[in-house]
Write a protein that binds this ligand. Structure first.
Ligand SMILES: [Cu+2]
Length: 110
């Protein structure tokens, strides 16, 4: 029981973000490891109603993706408020078990 509490506290302390991205730590099972991909692109359409953004993005070699223009869902929809078509952005996304990409972080680059 004591061991369980310590591990739980450790998780709360170090895993505070809504979508945890763990590197290689010992106490989280492999299934929790969530790879994120950092990519640059340009905003084409911001769709606040659905929480999506259409991006013309650079290739993602790790996923064998060519450069293309596509919609991404955004985890935190408030991040769309500052974006407009034509903005150059850097963004990070994850794929839940190889499924649809979900942007966890998106920022304009000056
Ligand atoms: Cu794409």
């Amino acid at each position: 029981m004591k061991r369980f509490l310590i591990m739980t506290l450790a998780c709360i302390t170090f895993g505070g973000s809504a979508i945890p991205v763990y590197a290689n730590d010992a106490h989280h099972p492999k299934a929790d490891v969530q790879k994120s991909y950092a990519v640059k692109g340009e905003v084409v359409v911001v769709d606040k109603a659905t929480g999506k953004v259409k991006l013309k993005h650079e290739p993602v070699p790790e996923l064998d993706w060519p450069a293309m223009t596509m919609f991404f869902a955004v985890a935190d929809k408030s991040q769309l408020d500052v974006l407009k078509a034509g903005d150059q952005v850097k963004f990070e996304f994850i794929r839940k078990e190889g499924g649809a990409p979900l942007i966890t972080q998106i920022n304009t680059v000056k």
